[in-house]
Design a binder for this molecule. Structure first.
Ligand SMILES: [Fe+2]
Ligand SMILES: [Fe+2]
Length: 308
């Protein structure tokens, strides 16, 4: 047995002792309208806020791509619990796409080109789905799910970051991040359960970073230019430092990011169970910050449905 095989075996043994969280589908209604949205949701900073808008613009078709990439392998899954988690994953990502669509329309009406970016992203994902092997499409989902999981954990653990968000935008962001954390291992587990290998996983991560990073950088600059905030960004470059600086987002995420390249990596090795308990209480309890926005919660298969 070679080093990679031994390492993967250790990972499988470690996963066996961890019970993955449920993946409940929460039907939300955030009712975004331009009149209620602040222009710059993060730290009143045009650069950082435009980056968040860029993510929002590519999310709806990205989420639909992730769903299809997992669905392609669904018929090969024998584990009933994993099937339930896949159902939850599909439901959660579908809700994210729907809510981001509404938010993108509202920001587009404020003059940000989010719908044009959305349509370009649709074309890009269609092209990728037509040309790339299905295994690579699933590996792409696994790669991006790793990024969303580590960004979510980073945000949960830093109240000082959360304090810089507009309060309404924060609630929306935390909802999405909680669900990303609940389902962070689903695509990974489907990938491994259906025979996905290490080399494809890591090579696709590298290709994904380039393939998605480049258009995101261009869209980001497009939003800043359309907003005519280039001068403000250059005069007050704290958003640039917040993303690219020595203590910025990218450098802070680097250690968790590189864990992905270990052959024995599994998303559950970044333990977020206690964080999820805290966030559930804060957001979804009877007096939680999102109590008014949740219309229904369904835990797949178990039929624990609760109208709130
Ligand atoms: Fe999502
Ligand atoms: Fe996700």
């Amino acid at each position: 047995m070679n080093r990679i095989s031994r390492s993967i075996k250790r990972s499988v043994q470690a996963q066996a002792s961890h019970v993955p969280p449920d993946v409940p589908v929460r039907h939300m209604d955030f009712s975004f309208e331009s009149a209620n949205l602040v222009r710059y949701v993060y730290d009143n900073d045009p650069f950082y806020s435009a980056l968040l808008m860029t993510f929002s613009a590519v999310i709806p078709h990205g989420e639909r791509f992730f769903i299809e990439s997992v669905r392609n392998y669904r018929g090969q899954i024998r584990d009933a619990r994993l099937q339930d988690r896949v159902t939850g994953f599909i439901g959660q990502e579908a809700m994210h796409g729907k809510e981001h669509d509404t938010m993108n329309e509202a920001y587009d009406a404020m003059g940000f080109p989010l719908l044009r970016i959305d349509s370009l992203s649709q074309r890009g994902f269609k092209w990728f789905a037509r040309l790339a092997p299905k295994r690579m499409q699933l590996a792409f989902t696994v790669a991006i799910e790793h990024l969303t999981a580590i960004i979510s954990e980073y945000t949960f653990r830093r109240p000082e970051i959360q304090a810089k968000y507009d309060p309404e935008a924060l609630k929306f962001t935390l909802w999405h991040m909680v669900e990303e954390t609940e389902h962070k291992a689903v695509a990974f587990d489907v990938y491994e359960a259906t025979g996905g290998g290490y080399l494809t996983r890591i090579s696709t991560m590298i290709v994904s970073l380039i393939g998605l990073g480049l258009p995101i950088a261009i869209f980001h600059l497009w939003i800043i230019a359309a907003d005519r905030s280039v001068g403000t960004v250059l005069r007050h470059p704290r958003g640039i430092a917040g993303v690219y600086g020595r203590r910025g987002l990218i450098m802070s995420l680097a250690p968790a990011f590189f864990d992905f390249f270990r052959p024995s990596f599994h998303p559950s090795q970044h333990d977020t169970d206690a964080l999820l308990v805290q966030m559930h209480e804060r957001l979804f309890s009877e007096r939680g910050e999102l109590a008014a926005q949740i219309k229904k919660t369904i835990v797949p298969r178990r039929r624990m449905s609760a109208a709130t």
